[in-house]
Design a protein around this ligand. Structure first.
Ligand SMILES: CC(C)(COP(=O)(O)OP(=O)(O)OC[C@H]1O[C@@H](n2cnc3c(N)ncnc32)[C@H](O)[C@@H]1OP(=O)(O)O)[C@@H](O)C(=O)NCCC(=O)NCCS
Length: 342
C-alpha cells in the first residue's frame, strides 16, 4: 500500500489542522485563529481539506482550500484560496508535497471547475505548485515609506545631537511635501467599523476588468473586524462630504511598521490625496517608524506610491493562480496584503 490523499471538510478536523499547521511553522497559531480562517461564509462552497496519508493511514501532511469571493472581469466568483500547506519535516524532499498538491489540483479541476484557484506560497510550496500546473503571473513588492529616519542618519553621523539636527528638518520637509498633495476640503476619518457610506463606495468601485478580492460588507467584517490577532483601522477619505477613498491598515507591528492591507479610491487624484493625508497622520503618530504597503508588480497604485516617496523593495514572494479553463491565468490580478493570511 502506498501514500494516499483523503478529502474532508474542515468541520470536526480543526484540532488536527492546528496540530499539522503548528508542527510545520515557526510561529504557532491558536484554535481561535483556525476557526476564523476556516469560517464558512454564506454563498461559498464549504472549505476542503486534503490530507496526505502515510501507508499506515497516519496523517502526515495537508493542504486546504477556503472559498473567498473575488471579482473576475466584473463577476463575483468564489475563489479557491489555498493555504495551510504542511508536510511533516521527516517526509520532505521525496516528492510527497508535489503528490499532495497535484491531487488537490486535479480534485479542484474535477469538482470545482468554475472556481479559480489563488495562493501566496512559500518558496518550497511554489515549486511543488508549479509542478502541479499553477502559474505565477506576478511578484509581490513591498513599498516602504520611512517615517523615522533617525536610525539611518545616526548610522552615518554617529552623534545623537547631530542626528536630531538633521532629522528634524527632514521630517518638516516630508510633512510639507505631503501637505502639498492634500486638497483643502479633503479629510481622513479613522474608525474600526466601516459605515454604510463606505460599503456603498466600495460597491461602486468594484473593478469591471481584471481580478481582485471582494471588499463587500460580509468580507470586510470577516477579514478585518473579526480577525482574532490583529486590530485593523478603516481610514475613509472624504471630500466635500463624499466618500472618495478607503484604506485599511494595521496600526503598528512590534517593529513600528504600519502595514496597509487594502486601498481603493474613486480616481488617481483621490488615491494621491488619501495617501498623502495618511502619511501626514503617520508622521504625527508616535511609534511609527515606517509605512509599508505590499502590492503585486502591476498594481495601479504603484506610481502614486512612488510619487509620494514610497520606495519599492526587492520582491518578497509570488502569487500563483490556476483554473481549468485558463481564465484565471489570462486575468491581470490586483494583489495586496489583504490577500495574505486568508
Ligand atoms: C511545501 C512542502 C509541502 C513541500 O513538500 P516536499 O515534499 O518537501 O516537496 P517535494 O519533494 O514534492 O518537492 C517539489 C519541488 O519543490 C522543490 N522544493 C522543495 N522544497 C524546496 C525548498 N525549500 N526550496 C526550493 N525548492 C524546494 C523540490 O526540489 C521539487 O522540485 P523538483 O521536482 O524540480 O526537484 C513542504 O516543504 C512543507 O511542508 N514546508 C513547510 C511549510 C510550508 O512552507 N508551507 C507552505 C505554506 S504556503
Amino acid at each position: 500500500m502506498g501514500f494516499s490523499v483523503a478529502v474532508t471538510s474542515s468541520q470536526g478536523f480543526e484540532r488536527e489542522i492546528l496540530r499539522l499547521r503548528n508542527a510545520n511553522r515557526d510561529r504557532p497559531e491558536t484554535s481561535q485563529y483556525i476557526n476564523w480562517r476556516y469560517q464558512h461564509l454564506a454563498g461559498a462552497p464549504p472549505p476542503q481539506v486534503f490530507w496526505l496519508l502515510a501507508p499506515q493511514g497516519e496523517r502526515i501532511g495537508m493542504a486546504s482550500v477556503v472559498f473567498r469571493p473575488y471579482w473576475l472581469n466584473g463577476t463575483r466568483v468564489q475563489t479557491a484560496v489555498v493555504g495551510d500547506i504542511s508536510l511533516d519535516a521527516r517526509w520532505r524532499g521525496r516528492g510527497l508535497g508535489r503528490l499532495l498538491l497535484q491531487h488537490m489540483t486535479a480534485y479542484l479541476d474535477e469538482h470545482f471547475p468554475q472556481h479559480p484557484g489563488f495562493v501566496i506560497p512559500t518558496e518550497a510550496a511554489r515549486h511543488a505548485l508549479a509542478k502541479a500546473g499553477w502559474s505565477a503571473p506576478g511578484t509581490l513588492v513591498p513599498h516602504v515609506y520611512l517615517i523615522d529616519v533617525t536610525r539611518y542618519v545616526r548610522a552615518i553621523v554617529r552623534s545623537a545631537w547631530l542626528t536630531a539636527v538633521i532629522a528634524r528638518p527632514l521630517r518638516w520637509a516630508a510633512r510639507a511635501f505631503a501637505r502639498l498633495r492634500t486638497p483643502r476640503a479633503g479629510e481622513l476619518i479613522l474608525s474600526d467599523t466601516p459605515g454604510e457610506a463606505v460599503h456603498e463606495f466600495l460597491r461602486s468601485v468594484a473593478p469591471s476588468e481584471g481580478a481582485m478580492h471582494d471588499l463587500g460588507a460580509q468580507t470586510l467584517r470577516w477579514r478585518y473586524q473579526q480577525h482574532p490577532n490583529t486590530p485593523f483601522v478603516f481610514a475613509t477619505y472624504t471630500r466635500g462630504g463624499e466618500v472618495r477613498g478607503v484604506l485599511v491598515f494595521e496600526e503598528t507591528s512590534l517593529e513600528g511598521i504600519c502595514h496597509v492591507y487594502d486601498l481603493a479610491a474613486r480616481a488617481p487624484a483621490d488615491m494621491r490625496a488619501m495617501l498623502a493625508l495618511f502619511l501626514l497622520r503617520s508622521l504625527d503618530t508616535p511609534g511609527i517608524a515606517s509605512v509599508r504597503m505590499l502590492t503585486d508588480d502591476r498594481h495601479p497604485a504603484r506610481s502614486t506610491l512612488r510619487v509620494l516617496g514610497f520606495s519599492p523593495r526587492r520582491a518578497e514572494a509570488v502569487y500563483q493562480v490556476h483554473s481549468r479553463d485558463g481564465s484565471a491565468e489570462r486575468c491581470t490580478w490586483r494583489v495586496t496584503q489583504g490577500d495574505k493570511d486568508t
